[in-house]
Design a protein around this ligand. Structure first.
Ligand SMILES: Nc1ncnc2c1ncn2[C@@H]1O[C@H](COP(=O)(O)OP(=O)(O)OP(=O)(O)O)[C@@H](O)[C@H]1O
Ligand SMILES: [Mg+2]
Length: 140
C-alpha cells in the first residue's frame, strides 16, 4: 500500500443562503466539528456581488452563472476556515457531490439538499483555491 501523507491544510467553507434560511447552521457546523478538524474562523455575513464574481470567476459565461450570483448574494451565509490533515479533501468528501441528487446519504448535500441551484454548502476544491478564497472572504 502506498503511504498516504497527512498534509496540514486550510480550507474555506461556506454555509449557503438556503441552508442558513432553513435554520441548518447548527447541524451543518456539527458535521464539520465531528471530523476533528479545527475551526479557525466562523462568521455570519453576506457575500457582496464583487466577492461572488471573484469566487465564481471560473463559471462566468455559463448558463447558470447569473442565477448562481443572485443566489449566493441573496441572504446571510456562514463563512468558515477549517484546518487540519488533508482538510480540503476531508471537507469535500463530507459535503458530497455538487448536485444533491447525486450526493450519497450521510453527506451534507445528500442529507440536506435537493437541487444543484441551492446545494447547501461550498468548500474549496484545492489548497490553492482555499488560500485564494480565504483572501476573498476574510481578506488576510
Ligand atoms: N449545472 C448547474 N446548474 C445550476 N447550478 C450549478 C450547476 N453547476 C454548478 N452550479 C452551481 O455552481 C456552484 C459551483 O460549481 P462547482 O462546479 O464549483 O461545484 P462545487 O465545487 O461542488 O461547488 P462549490 O464551488 O459551491 O463548492 C455549485 O455549488 C452550484 O451551486
Ligand atoms: Mg467549486
Amino acid at each position: 500500500m502506498t503511504e498516504r501523507k497527512n498534509v496540514e491544510q486550510k480550507t474555506f467553507i461556506m454555509i449557503k443562503p438556503d441552508a442558513v434560511a432553513r435554520g441548518l447552521i447548527a447541524p451543518i457546523v456539527q458535521r464539520f466539528e465531528n471530523t476533528g478538524l479545527t475551526i479557525e474562523r466562523l462568521e455570519l455575513g453576506t457575500v457582496t456581488p464583487e466577492q461572488a464574481a471573484e469566487n465564481y470567476a471560473e463559471h462566468e459565461g455559463k448558463p447558470f452563472y447569473p442565477g448562481l450570483i443572485e443566489y449566493i448574494t441573496s441572504g446571510p451565509v456562514v463563512k468558515m476556515v477549517l484546518s487540519g490533515p488533508e482538510a480540503v479533501m476531508v471537507c469535500r468528501k463530507l459535503m458530497g457531490a455538487t448536485n444533491p441528487r447525486d450526493a450519497a446519504p450521510g453527506t451534507i448535500r445528500g442529507d440536506f439538499g435537493l437541487v444543484v441551484d441551492a446545494n447547501v454548502v461550498h468548500g474549496s476544491d484545492s489548497p490553492e483555491s482555499a488560500l485564494r478564497e480565504i483572501e476573498i472572504f476574510f481578506g488576510d
